[in-house]
Design a binder for this molecule. Structure first.
Ligand SMILES: O=P(O)(O)OC[C@H]1O[C@H](OP(=O)(O)O)[C@H](O)[C@@H]1O
Ligand SMILES: Nc1ccnc(=O)[nH]1
Length: 501
């Protein structure tokens, strides 16, 4: 065991500690060993690294997050000892071999993820194993329950509703319109979202352009009490804490395996105490055909039944981006425009938002069957959804803003059509890649604005889309990439000529 003096480091790391290089060499430890850091009966597991200059002999560098969790102050003496190897590794291996995991084994994996006992390498192996070998509904149920139980669980009086998309389609900012429509009618809709997983902007990234999203449970309760709704980030520590940890690894791999997709969504809903949930499954993004979409919908409904959550699913059009804006600020701007004057906003966005709202209003008994969408449109058209959205934004700690006031990247480049013709395809994947290369979602002002949609007629040199970024360098990279990928396909009426020779 080592006894070392704490030096608190202002670095954004959660599971790494540093000791002096010579101290490490003269100890029984090796670089990257898993160690227990103990202070006054509190323990945390971290990985050991060394530094020659940053840390003096006898000291241990603790990132602020670790120091806060252990309640250690600069100069306090902490104990360092070897940590046992996580038990989960054998279960991860079992899943890699294609075997079914027992409930207790899944619980152990989730617990060790939440306790920061697994490195990203090990979590990545687990996610890859799920991607390749999947899980059956029993395994998914256990994983979902444990993901929820390891964080706070909220209870409400009466029924609460929610809507959640499996994501994958660029420009999917519908929730900023749907949530206030539902909240306006008096139904409670405490919406949790994740940040981007595979896309250039998750709902939490978009809402964060306008207000705080990392609310504590008590704040969520207050906001919902005042407004009937909220739009918060599920990763805000207390709710289903394994979710955001696994999402960070999924994002790096750019994959969202089905078992984790199901448990990521439903663990947040279970923790949030949702009774009735609408799942949006865009066709053409994470699911490629109707069979796959229907099978995923059945999985959601069955998992919901096992968790006592009533689930309905909507399979929606997702073959091209929703609306025209892709990237956090651009999407916030477009959603605001739809709330201010829906006739000026892209039809695909408005149509999606009011269709989903309509189903929820029917699920909640606010509208008779077949009349929900018209009621939703009316709430949007008369500005009631706009006012409700502003109430929510302000209650969460933001300020009222108009769409004109939302700033987007100061550098931009127009990408022009090389020929006269028609837009025959816009690739979701390619548009996302370009928006991410421009900096989204971390650079909130980065992204892509589509000037055209599939079916539009264009002339040579018309603007197809504009790429925005707050960095010149990233913009240049995104422009180069877009010339290579050609995400918007323009074709003339003559597609190909085939001759005899
Ligand atoms: O598109 P990608 O990044 O893969 O998936 C993540 C997005 O999908 C869900 O959408 P919503 O909260 O229903 O709007 C998540 O919360 C997140 O915003
Ligand atoms: N994997 C996920 C997809 C969409 N939303 C989520 O919260 N999680």
């Amino acid at each position: 065991m080592l006894f070392l003096k704490a030096k608190i480091l202002d670095i954004d790391l959660e599971n790494i500690v540093l000791i002096n290089y010579d101290d490490l060499k003269n100890s029984q430890y090796f670089s990257q060993d898993r160690v227990v850091i103990e202070y006054k009966n509190k323990e945390i597991i971290a990985f050991l690294y060394s530094s020659k200059d940053l840390i003096n002999s006898g000291e241990i560098g603790l990132p602020k997050k670790i120091a806060d969790e252990l309640k250690v102050k600069e100069g306090d003496i902490v104990n360092v000892s070897h940590a046992d190897k996580p038990i989960s590794i054998q279960y991860i291996k079992k899943k890699m071999d294609g075997n079914k995991l027992k409930k207790e084994e899944i619980y152990t994996i989730i617990d060790e993820i939440v306790d920061n006992n697994l490195s990203n390498i090990e979590i990545s192996a687990f996610i890859t194993a799920l991607y390749i070998n999947g899980m059956d509904i029993e395994e998914i149920t256990s994983m979902t329950i444990r993901m929820a139980e390891t964080g706070e669980m909220i209870k409400w009086e009466g029924q609460v509703y929610d809507v959640h998309s499996i994501g994958g389609v660029p420009g999917n900012k519908y929730a900023l319109i749907t949530v206030p429509i539902i909240a306006y009618t008096g139904l409670k809709i405490p919406k949790t979202s994740s940040r981007a997983i595979t896309s250039a902007a998750g709902t939490a990234d978009i809402v964060e352009v306008l207000t705080r999203v990392n609310l504590k449970v008590e704040e969520i309760k207050r906001v919902v009490k005042e407004t009937n709704g909220c739009l918060v980030w599920g990763g805000a520590l207390e709710l289903a804490p394994a979710d955001d940890i696994t999402i960070t690894v999924e994002r790096a791999l750019n994959i969202d395996p089905k078992p984790l997709l199901l448990s990521s969504v439903l663990s947040k809903k279970l923790a949030m105490g949702i009774n009735k949930l609408l799942i949006d499954i865009p066709l053409g993004a994470k699911v490629k055909n109707m069979d796959e979409a229907s099978s995923l919908a059945r999985n959601f409904i069955e998992l919901g039944d096992r968790l006592n959550i009533y689930v309905d699913c909507a399979i929606t059009y997702g073959e091209q981006p929703i609306g025209r804006a892709i990237g956090p600020a651009l999407e916030a701007k477009e959603a605001l425009l739809a709330l201010e004057d829906y006739k000026k906003a892209p039809n695909s966005l408005v149509e999606k938002a009011i269709s989903l709202s309509g189903i929820l209003l029917e699920m909640g008994g606010i509208a008779p069957k077949g009349e929900g969408k018209d009621l939703a449109e009316d709430i949007l058209a008369t500005g009631k959804a706009h006012d409700k959205f502003m109430e929510i934004i302000v209650a969460q700690g933001g300020e009222e803003k108009t769409s004109d006031e939302i700033e987007v990247g100061k550098y931009y480049t127009d990408i022009l059509s090389p020929i006269d013709g028609y837009v025959t395809k816009i690739s979701n994947e390619k548009i996302t890649k370009i928006a991410k290369t421009a900096g989204a979602p971390n650079d909130k002002k980065a992204g892509v604005y589509l000037n055209v949609k599939v079916g539009n007629k264009v002339e040579k040199n018309d603007v197809l889309f504009t790429i925005y970024s707050d960095s010149k360098e990233r913009l240049e990279k995104a422009v180069k990439l877009s010339r290579l990928l050609m995400p918007v396909k323009v074709e003339g009426m003559l597609l190909k000529r085939i001759t005899r020779f």
